[in-house]
Design a protein around this ligand. Structure first.
Ligand code: FAD
Length: 630
């Protein structure tokens, strides 16, 4: 059977914020660029982003600058972040937001007409550029508009709008192709027809987002099956920080059909408070030692902070997400939860009704439609939901290059930037900063090639056989059952609080599910067959889940999005270590190694107080700090 083929310089897999920004950059650098996405164009996960993009523009508080943002990001990630990425991100995010505005994004404004910025957990100053609580939609709309503008330019110049940038929507990539060590293209299928497609390209940028669909309770959309993580792993690249999963503290808990859907942090940023069944603002009981001097100790001080940030400290509802999620978990476990198993999040007593509907229109609509709750009159019930993976493809901070020549990654699929815990708002800016860098990195790599790597016919035939296998079996395992079992296993055994015995049990279960997934059968042919699509996605979810569980078992400390019941404290020795996952090309074996990460550059280290650093760093690292300070 003939397979459709296309030749490009750069293939970007994913059309969310990271993928679109990477593709725009590659095209602007003169590269023929394909954008491939398994969803409809415009319906990437980024569309769902609500709160905003963090960038130290200082529009609302002029004391903000890249150094404050850098410090907040490192603190949020509990100092495990790739500091070079955190530095580039903090320095470049404002330019990326202004660039979006130049391309037509309509952000909310301050009274004096600047881009408005809102408060979010872990950010010292109001920092999130936003459009109500629908920021992701505006971001994607603007980037798409930019793609169209480039296509119009190409039509004028070359007589063909798709001469230099073309979108392949509803097209899923299942394998990266290689020539020796280097990337030579990608193999995939059209979701609608089931027909196969091959891209010949010396550079591939992965921008496929996260992995949330391995968990039952998640804020993530159907696309989040860890495809890019698995594609990278199977192509020989490394994944880092996979044990760190962000459970967002506030997902809907009721009704069951909408459990996990996100309740934006903007609710707390705009004044919403968390209460238990006794009416207590319990977050005051959960401020950890490392943050004690930065958060209010009384409700009065916390409330004053919203209008006078210079003389008051933030309310503890705005602690980083990992802290708030653990606190909610503990309250529910202690029997002080809400009737439906969450806690109360109340904005109705904090802001006038018209202000709530103006600032939080989507939340108002979401609760009214889905739960019959009017958030201007009554509190919401919320609980933790699997939201974001800090782990991902290990990349060079400056270029987005993975260890496999020709492979690049940006956005949620890449790892390092957020360390053990991401601050809200730092993803949208991450997509823009590192999407641009990965697109530029890929273009530069192509410029430097002496020879174009070739796609091997054997590799294409192997990918084809792998993709067809579930269709050719009869009477095998049901992919939906295997998926459900995986989701339950990950939720219950590798969730927000972890124990060695439970994680080991999860690994045994994943091993058995991997075996079962080798026998899945998807009757019904190739034309729009969701059972077949799921059978193919399962390989990815299982691989990624194995990485998460293996790394979670090895890391014997608690930090950010990894809480071990049996090792409840942070350890300075563990902070220095990255857990690096690799796999065999068939995915049968996953290996995890410890690696010491490079210590922070001296000029960045001295941006912190010694007292704060002493809570995180080893004695050796502090000696380096002392030497620089002398
Ligand atoms: P995505 O936007 O998810 O794009 C992934 C793309 O890859 C899609 O086009 C998908 O179709 C494609 N794809 C995946 N696999 C394949 C494959 N095999 N073949 C082809 N294509 C594939 N972050 C913030 O900073 N601020 C916020 O306010 C915020 N709010 C959020 C609200 C919600 C409800 C959620 C769930 C997340 C929120 N986040 C927020 C996080 C943020 O939205 C995501 O981390 C970010 O959008 C990820 O962008 P991305 O470009 O990496 O991936």
């Amino acid at each position: 059977m003939e397979i459709e083929r296309h030749e490009y310089d750069v293939v970007v897999i994913g059309a969310g914020g990271a993928g679109l920004r990477a593709a725009i950059e590659a095209r602007q650098q003169g590269k023929r660029t394909a954008i491939v996405c398994k969803s409809l164009f415009g319906k990437a996960h980024t569309v769902m982003a609500e709160g905003g993009a963090a960038a130290a523009m200082g529009n609302v508080n002029p004391d903000d600058n890249w150094m404050v943002h850098f410090r907040d990001t490192m603190r949020g990630g509990k100092f495990l972040n790739n500091w070079r990425m955190a530095e580039l991100h903090a320095k470049e995010a404002p330019d990326r937001v202004w660039e979006l505005e130049a391309w037509g994004a309509l952000f909310d404004r301050t009274k004096d007409g600047k881009i408005s910025q809102r408060n979010f957990g872990g950010h010292e100053y109001p920092r999130l550029a936003h459009v109500g609580d629908r920021t992701g939609l505006e971001l994607i709309r603007t980037l798409q508009q930019r793609v169209v503008a480039l296509q119009q330019e190409d039509e004028k110049l070359h007589g063909d709008p798709e001469a230099y940038i073309k979108v392949f929507a509803e097209c899923t990539v299942t394998r990266l192709l290689k020539d020796g060590e280097a990337v030579s293209g990608a193999f995939g299928y059209w979701r609608e027809t089931g027909k196969f497609i091959v891209f010949d390209a010396p550079a591939v940028v992965l921008a496929t987002g996260g992995i949330g669909k391995s968990y039952v309770v998640t804020s993530n959309s159907w696309e989040y099956t860890g495809d890019g993580h698995a594609l990278a792993l199977l192509a020989g690249a490394k994944l880092i920080n996979m044990e760190f999963i962000q459970f967002h503290p506030t997902g809907m808990v009721w009704p069951p059909s909408v459990r996990g859907i996100l309740v934006t942090e903007s609710v707390r940023g705009d004044g919403g408070v968390l209460r238990n069944s006794e009416g207590r603002r319990f977050m005051f009981d959960y401020v950890p030692d490392v943050f004690k001097d930065k958060y209010a100790t009384t409700e009065e001080e916390g409330d004053r902070w919203y209008t006078d940030q210079a003389n008051n400290r933030r309310p503890p509802e705005l602690l980083p997400r990992d802290e708030v999620a653990r606190a909610i978990n503990a309250e529910v476990k202690a029997g002080r939860g809400s009737p439906q198993g969450g806690v109360f999040l109340d904005v109705s007593t904090r802001l006038p009704a018209d202000e709530i509907t103006k600032r939080l229109p989507s939340m108002h609509h979401q609760f009214k439609e889905l739960a019959d709750v009017d958030i201007t009159k009554e509190p919401m019930q919320v609980g933790p939901t699997c939201h974001y993976i800090m782990g991902g493809v290990e990349v060079d901070a400056d270029t987005g290059a993975a260890s496999v020549p020709g492979l690049f990654a940006a956005g949620e699929v890449s790892g390092g930037m957020h360390g053990s815990n991401r601050l809200g708002g730092n993803s949208l800016s991450d997509l823009l900063v590192f999407g641009r860098r990965a697109g530029a990195g890929a273009a530069e790599y192509v410029n430097g090639l002496a020879r174009r790597p070739a796609v091997s016919e054997t590799a294409v035939q192997d990918a084809r056989a792998e993709a067809l296998a579930p269709l050719e079996r009869s009477g095998g395992e049901n992919p939906y059952e295997v998926h459900h079992e995986l989701q339950r296993t990950m939720n219950e055994l590798v969730g927000i609080i972890r124990k060695a015995e439970e994680v080991s049990e999860a690994l045994d279960a994943v091993e058995k599910l991997k075996e079962r997934s080798n026998h899945t059968a998807s009757p019904g042919g190739r034309i729009y067959n969701p059972g077949w699509h799921l059978a193919l996605d399962l390989r990815n979810m299982l691989l990624v889940s194995e990485c998460v569980a293996r790394a979670a078992l090895l890391r014997e400390e608690s930090r950010g999005g990894h809480t071990r019941d049996d090792y409840p404290k942070m350890s300075p020795e563990w902070r220095r270590k990255l857990l690096v996952c690799s796999a065999t090309p068939d995915g049968a074996t996953v290996d995890v190694e410890e690696r010491i990460q490079p210590s922070m550059r001296a000029d960045l280290l001295v941006l912190f107080d010694r007292e704060e650093l002493s809570k995180y760093l080893t004695g050796d690292e502090l000696a380096k700090y002392d030497a620089v300070k002398e």
